[in-house]
Each structure stands twice: as structure tokens, then as C-alpha cells.
Design a protein around this ligand. Structure first.
Ligand code: ADP
Ligand code: MG
Length: 342
């Protein structure tokens, strides 16, 4: 009898996680939220703790031929802090685990940690532990971040309701475009090692890819303004994919407007140069680590003038579906592409 074999690629990352989650039965009342959000939420008396883990693998998430080690260390922390930010919580501690091949010297590990320490300073978090092991397949970095919030301040993916306003921070698509430039210059260099990479024109997009910054500034400002987003997540896989997650978790639909989508001029120009559609980059580009959130209409006045928060659309009934209204006024269904690792 032949054993049944199902390819992970048939399920996809989210299908796999759903399947694993089905068999999980929560035993402890303090586990307020388990699998399925940007971070888990744990009851901790007068407040809650939030916990998130990410694993970065050489060859999948980063390429050491163009990712400087200090930037990589910073990014590994930032992507975890971003998941804590996405819960509207404040990060406090991290643990760092690394698997090293014999290619790495002490100097290389110290360069990586230079970025980790810089991120700890930048976000006000303490490095409190981790694990170190050998690797036969390249560098792996796994970071766990722990944050805190008052219970009523937590923003889950599931709280969006009809008529809420959809907001995004910063601008989108830069990290994807930056990656394309880095890949292009790598190929040029491989073909002719005497050629100097031409990256000066592209510092915003390559910077976003190599050293993204989690939007803790926004979380602090929302706190100061007394706004708790009705739902929130960070944009790691692409805006379209994240809208799907919020809609699914909240049981709602959404309409967004092309002319409201934020894109930096350098991202736009570079996308055009690369023969990519800038709006596709905004919708499906991953790794910008901006925040996508919904607010109740009553909070709009408080955020209306914020220079770095953009109001891209609104939440509708689930049956109304998920639509992008183009500049010409046509409504097209949003497709969630996102990043596919499998
Ligand atoms: P994010 O992109 O915000 O980091 P992910 O898409 O990686 O979130 O994960 C979604 C949810 O699935 C999170 O709650 C995460 O903790 C959980 N998850 C991911 N991989 C696993 C796994 N192998 N086992 C259990 N839970 C997982
Ligand atoms: Mg996330």
C-alpha cells in the first residue's frame, strides 16, 4: 500500500497553518488568543502579554550577497516588533536564536548583533535570551518578541465592522521594488564582477527591503490620541492578502480606492523602469511592514490630519465582497496574491 502524500504547496502556508490549528485545543484560560493573529495574547493580571515569533532563512528571506549583516540583524528584530505593533501593544523583550554554518566568523556574528543591539535601542526592548546552534544549510535567525498592553487596547484582526474606515500607514510597494533592484544588480555583478552596482538612485526602495522600520511611532501616536483601531495587522505579505485576512477574521467585506493608495515617487518610478505595474506592487508587494487598520468613523477627526496615515477605503458587508475601485471608477475584485514561499 502506498502512503498518502500531499504536497505542502497544494495547501499553501495559510492552508497548512489552518490545518495544524484545527487540532489545537486551548487548555489554559490565560491563553486569550492563540494561532491566527499577528501575535498571541496572554492574560497577565491587570494587563496582557503579546508574543510573536518569526524565522528568517538564508536563501528564502535574505541573500547575504546584498544584505549587510547589521541591516539583517535590525530587520530580524523589526519584523517581530512589527507583529507586536500590529496588536497595538508595546514591545518589551526579545529572544534571539541563530543557526550558524562554519562560514561565519566571530566578526560576522558581531556584525549581525550590531544591528540587533541597534534595534533593541530603537524600539526600547531588552534582549533576554535565545539559542545558538550549528547549521549545514546557511544562516537561520529566529526571534521571539514579547510585548504588553492593556486588555482593552489590543487590536485583533477580527474586530472590523461595517462602515469602519480602512487605513494604511506610510507607503507601499517599496520593499518589493527594492528587492527587484537588488536582484538585478546582483545578476549584473555576477555577469561582470568589475561592474560597480548602481544603487544610488534607489536608496529608498533598497533601504525598505534591507532595513525596514516597524511602525511603533504610529502605535504610540494612536495611544496619545486615544484611538484604538477596531482591527489591525502589519503588511508583511502584501496589502491585498492582508485585506483578505482582516475580512475573513472579521466576517466583513471591503472596498478600497486606487487613487487613495500610498506609493512613494521613487517606488513608482522604479516600478515603471522595471516594467512592473506600480499598483500591482502596492497591492501584492510584501515586506513593507506598514500597518493596515480599521477605525470607527467617530475616530476619523482625530486622525484626519495625520501626515502618514492614509484612508484607503471602508468596510462593507461580507456579501458585498472585496473590491478595488480604479481611477476610472470601475470596481474590480481584489485577488490575494501575497508572498508564496512554497
Ligand atoms: P505574521 O505574518 O503576522 O507573522 P503568520 O502568517 O506567520 O503571521 O502566522 C499566522 C498565525 O499562525 C500566527 O498566529 C502564528 O503564530 C501562527 N503560526 C505560524 N506558523 C505556525 C506553526 N508552524 N505552528 C503553529 N502556529 C503557527
Ligand atoms: Mg503580522
Amino acid at each position: 500500500m502506498s502512503e498518502k502524500r500531499t504536497e505542502i504547496s497544494d495547501l499553501g502556508e495559510f492552508g497548512l497553518i489552518d490545518r495544524l490549528n484545527k487540532k489545537v485545543i486551548i487548555k489554559n484560560p490565560s491563553s486569550l488568543k492563540g494561532i491566527g493573529d499577528d501575535a498571541a495574547v496572554i492574560d497577565s493580571g491587570d494587563h496582557v502579554k503579546v508574543v510573536s515569533t518569526d524565522l528568517l532563512m538564508e536563501g528564502v528571506h535574505f541573500d547575504l550577497s546584498y544584505a549587510p549583516l547589521p541591516h539583517l540583524g535590525f530587520k530580524a528584530v523589526a519584523v517581530n516588533v512589527s507583529d507586536i505593533a500590529a496588536m497595538n501593544a508595546i514591545p518589551k523583550q526579545i529572544t534571539v536564536s541563530i543557526a550558524l554554518s562554519n562560514r561565519f566568523s566571530l566578526e560576522a556574528v558581531e556584525a549581525l548583533y550590531e544591528g540587533i543591539y541597534a534595534a533593541c535601542d530603537h524600539y526600547g526592548v531588552d534582549l533576554i535570551g535565545g539559542d545558538t546552534t550549528a547549521s549545514r544549510t546557511g544562516l537561520a535567525i529566529s526571534i521571539t518578541a514579547i510585548g504588553e498592553a492593556k486588555k482593552e487596547q489590543i487590536s485583533y484582526r477580527s474586530g472590523a465592522k461595517e462602515n469602519d474606515i480602512l487605513c494604511v500607514t506610510g507607503d507601499l510597494g517599496a520593499a518589493l521594488v527594492g528587492l527587484q533592484i537588488l536582484e538585478r544588480e546582483k545578476q549584473v555583478f555576477l555577469a561582470n564582477p568589475d561592474m560597480k552596482p548602481d544603487l544610488e538612485k534607489y536608496t529608498i526602495v533598497t533601504g525598505r527591503q534591507l532595513r525596514p522600520d516597524a511602525r511603533m511611532d504610529i502605535v504610540h501616536e494612536l495611544g496619545e490620541l486615544g484611538v484604538v483601531p477596531t482591527s489591525m495587522m502589519d503588511i508583511s505579505d502584501g496589502l491585498a492578502s492582508e485585506i483578505f485576512h482582516i475580512c475573513k477574521a472579521s466576517g466583513v467585506g471591503a472596498t478600497i480606492y486606487e487613487d487613495k493608495l500610498p506609493i512613494d515617487k521613487q517606488t513608482f518610478d522604479t516600478a515603471v523602469e522595471l516594467n512592473l505595474d506600480p499598483i500591482t506592487c502596492v497591492l501584492n508587494g510584501g515586506e513593507d511592514y506598514e500597518l493596515l487598520f480599521t477605525i470607527d468613523q467617530k475616530d476619523f477627526k482625530k486622525l484626519e490630519k495625520h501626515p502618514d496615515i492614509h484612508f484607503i477605503g471602508h468596510i462593507t458587508k461580507e456579501a458585498e465582497g472585496k473590491y478595488l475601485v480604479t481611477k476610472s471608477g470601475t470596481a474590480v475584485q481584489i485577488k490575494a496574491q501575497g508572498w508564496k514561499h512554497f
